[in-house]
Design a protein around this ligand. Structure first.
Ligand code: NAD
Length: 325
């Protein structure tokens, strides 16, 4: 019989891509979210609209399921998570507390929780040439935002469920996942999508000035969505239960990222640096443990991933501008 998988947050960016990947691999997939995917029909065998903050919804979502990929979260880019602390902490705590307990009561066999590089302490990320973050660097704990604190507590929840109930849990810490068919405007978009949108708008309107938050020297690493779903699957299939980074380890500044995208768009841009939330000064993933455990690491280049993402976002911007004119 086919294994039955639940993907929570299947109406969102990573959940939608993961659902497609798992269905293509031959699994039966139930997607759950408070909304349908925005840019493409879901591939899920069953898609339920449920609010996972509610206990009864979590019981329904996890019923007759073998494995759970827990991705549902109230989240967004820096612009969103730096100023919605209470909502994020309240909503995500309820989602994660209820989903894992319902999964346990429904005798789910494996449970994978998607955490974030935002769990890492601010004091280790104060310079642009930051040392890559190893999993153990998360302690002593000092995440920057409520979003990071909640992720860290939910990681602890998974570790305790494993210890106390022998429930097989896994924990992934994503480092800036990007790709097509994700939020690209409206306030929840993350840096790569926002930059693609700004540069596509500059190209299509002829106004070459684009605004960047801060001096643009802040650094990050960015991982393409196809590597992300491959990594998620490999982690679920592994025997490893401690937190594991999943990201690229190529450090790049936001200014350089904008230059890469403008090269792909084939336009010259003028950067205007304005005040705005920037997050930590520098952040990179140390992939030593990932490589050791999975014998694999993300392999799609930033250039390749950005090319695909930019093309898709340019199409979205073009249709929006056409509707307006
Ligand atoms: P996303 O916002 O596109 O997807 C999250 C989904 O969760 C959304 O579709 C949303 O509607 C759904 N959701 C929110 N509240 C819900 C509720 N009460 N009940 C049911 N569904 C609900 O985000 P994403 O980028 O796909 O992220 C997926 C997961 O990975 C999240 O847990 C996020 O915190 C984590 N993560 C993502 C990144 C990244 O770079 N994208 C980085 C670190 C961690």
């Amino acid at each position: 019989m086919k294994k039955k998988i639940l993907v929570t947050g299947a109406g969102g960016f990573i959940g939608h891509h993961l659902t497609k990947y798992l269905v293509e691999k031959g699994y039966w997939v139930r997607g759950v979210d408070i909304k349908h995917p925005e840019f493409e029909q879901t591939s899920a065998n069953e898609f339920l609209i449920l609010d996972l903050r509610k206990w009864e919804s979590c019981l329904e979502a996890t019923k007759a399921i073998d494995e759970v990929y827990a991705l549902a979260a109230d989240m967004g880019g820096m612009g969103f998570i730096s100023c919605h602390h209470s909502e994020i902490l309240y909503n995500n705590s309820l989602i994660n507390l209820h989903t894992i307990e319902a999964a346990r009561q429904n005798k789910v066999k494996k449970y994978l929780f998607t955490s974030s590089a935002c769990v890492y302490p601010e004091y280790k990320q104060t310079s642009i040439d930051v040392a890559p973050l190893k999993e153990e660097d998360a302690y002593p704990a000092a995440p920057q935002d409520a979003y990071g604190w909640e992720k860290l507590v939910s990681e602890r929840l998974c570790l305790h469920y494993k210890e106390d109930y022998k429930f097989e849990t896994k924990i992934v810490r994503f480092h800036n996942i990007f790709g097509p068919k994700g939020t690209w405007d409206g306030g929840r978009e993350k840096a790569p999508a926002a930059l693609c949108r700004k540069i596509a708008t500059a190209k299509l309107t002829g106004n070459s000035e684009i605004e960047l938050w801060g001096d643009g020297k802040q650094t990050r690493s960015f991982c393409y969505i196809d590597d992300c779903v491959t990594g998620l699957y490999k982690i679920m299939e592994s025997n490893y239960s401690q937190p594991l980074n999943l990201g690229q380890d190529r450090l790049i500044s936001i200014n350089e990222l904008a230059d890469l995208i403008s090269n792909i768009a084939n336009i010259k841009i003028t950067k205007k640096h304005i005040p705005g939330p920037q997050g930590v000064r520098g952040r990179n993933s140390d992939n030593s443990l990932l490589k050791e455990i999975l014998k694999w690491e993300p392999e799609i280049s930033l250039e390749k991933g950005l090319e695909i993402t930019y093309k898709w976002i340019e199409e979205q911007v073009r249709s929006k501008l056409t509707v307006k004119s």
